[in-house]
Design a protein around this ligand. Structure first.
Ligand SMILES: [Zn+2]
Length: 212
C-alpha cells in the first residue's frame, strides 16, 4: 500500500462511486505514500504515527493540523477536490508547504500574535479620546490587520521552507497550477493570492540545504 501514489489514493477515496458522500477519511500510516513519510523525515516533522493524513473528499484545500498535547499528533488534511486538480509534482509541493507550517510551528506564532494584537487593539481603543464605536472600530482594525499580516508571513515562509526541501521549481509549479485553477485570485485575510506568492517565490533567495 505504501507504494500507492496520491492519485491512486484520491481515485480510491474521491472518485469511487460507492464512497460518495463520505466525510473525512483518516489514512493509516500504511496507506500513505512513502514519499510523504520520507519528506516529513527530511523536514524533521513528526507526523501522527497512527493516522498522519486525513482526506476530505469534497474539500478544495489543504491544511496542517498541529498535534495537541494528550490528543493526536501532527496531521495533514488534504482536500480531494484540490488534489484531483493538481499534478503529482504540484501535490508534493502542497504537502511540503503544509509540513513547513508544522515545522515552523506557525500555529503558535498565529496564536501568540493574535493575543498580542488583541491587547494592542485594546490599548489603541483605550488610548484615543473618541466615540465608543470609533474605539471599537480602531481596536478591531488593529487586531484584524495584525492577524492578517502574521498569516501572510506564515504563508510566505511555508513556501520558502517547502522550496528548500523540494526545490523552487516544484513549488513554483504548484503555485502556477493553483493560479491556473483560479484557486485564490483575490487576497484574503489569511492568504495572499497565488500570483503574489509566485511573484515572491521567484524573487527570494532559497538557502541551500547542507549535503547530508
Ligand atoms: Zn499555508
Amino acid at each position: 500500500m505504501k507504494n500507492m501514489t496520491w492519485q491512486d489514493i484520491i481515485r480510491l477515496h474521491v472518485h469511487c462511486p460507492s464512497r460518495e458522500g463520505i466525510g473525512v477519511v483518516a489514512l493509516p500510516q500504511g496507506q500513505v505514500p512513502e514519499s510523504l513519510l520520507i519528506l516529513a523525515d527530511r523536514m524533521n516533522v513528526a507526523l501522527d504515527s497512527a493516522f498522519p493524513v486525513e482526506i476530505d473528499p469534497s474539500w478544495c484545500g489543504a491544511r496542517a493540523l498541529p498535534g495537541l498535547r494528550g490528543s493526536r499528533g501532527n496531521r495533514v488534511r488534504l482536500g480531494g477536490a484540490l488534489a484531483g486538480k493538481l499534478s503529482p509534482v504540484a501535490l508534493e509541493s502542497v504537502l511540503a508547504h503544509e509540513l513547513a507550517h508544522l515545522k515552523c510551528r506557525h500555529w503558535e506564532l498565529l496564536l501568540l500574535g493574535t493575543v498580542l494584537a488583541a491587547l494592542g487593539g485594546l490599548a489603541v481603543g483605550l488610548a484615543v479620546d473618541v466615540a465608543t464605536w470609533i474605539r471599537l472600530l480602531l481596536g478591531g482594525g488593529v487586531l484584524v490587520l495584525a492577524a492578517a499580516a502574521l498569516s501572510w508571513v506564515a504563508e510566505y515562509e511555508a513556501d520558502s521552507v517547502a522550496a528548500r526541501y523540494v526545490g523552487r521549481d516544484k513549488v513554483a509549479m504548484m503555485l502556477e497550477e493553483l493560479k491556473n485553477n483560479h484557486f485564490r485570485r483575490v487576497p484574503e485575510l489569511t492568504h495572499p493570492t497565488d500570483a503574489l506568492r509566485l511573484h515572491r517565490l521567484r524573487r527570494i533567495r532559497i538557502p541551500r540545504l547542507p549535503v547530508p
